[in-house]
Design a protein around this ligand. Sequence first.
Ligand SMILES: Nc1ncnc2c1ncn2[C@@H]1O[C@H](COP(=O)(O)OP(=O)(O)O)[C@@H](O)[C@H]1O
Ligand SMILES: [Mg+2]
Length: 168
Amino acid sequence: MILMTVRSPVTLTRSTFTAMDLLAEALVTRLEPGDVVLLEGPVGMGKTYFVKAAARALGSEDGVTSPTYALAQVYQGRDVNILHVDAYRLSGMREYLDMGMEAYFEDGIVLVEWGDTIRGAHEDPLTLRIAQASTGSEARTVTLEWETGPWDDKITALLADLGEGPAP
Ligand SMILES: Nc1ncnc2c1ncn2[C@@H]1O[C@H](COP(=O)(O)OP(=O)(O)O)[C@@H](O)[C@H]1O
Ligand SMILES: [Mg+2]
């Protein structure tokens, strides 16, 4: 099978919670230790929801709550730890790096809500933006942006998993 290479950005529309769960699962199960996803989107768009679905897909049985007050939490998946950060109350990259979480940067999967706040702290993040697809509905658009080849391969595989064609 020839996989065509996709180019960032890619936008997917998910109409239901279940579809969002499947997207989270398809993405997170392709991630490797050291991968970082910066989640963006307004309050209530589903960033925490996405992290919950991702953690469940990796076999974490820990309940995922919004870590807006805890700032950071670690969930134990079957094979890999997930570091979940909510950067909303962080002043920036310096405060983030001072949290003492570096051990997870290489050995875990890092998912950061309000990731723009700490952009620059990680070399090669995937950005995932969630937006409302239409007013008052649970449909969401999810836009993925990245810069390097390794993400090309992962996103190509992700789109194939989801039965989405590569971007033209
Ligand atoms: N397709 C969807 N995906 C995720 N959340 C959704 C969706 N449709 C509706 N919601 C609702 O949107 C809210 C998202 O909340 P949350 O994940 O805490 O947002 P955020 O972390 O972005 O502030 C939840 O109340 C959830 O039930
Ligand atoms: Mg949140």
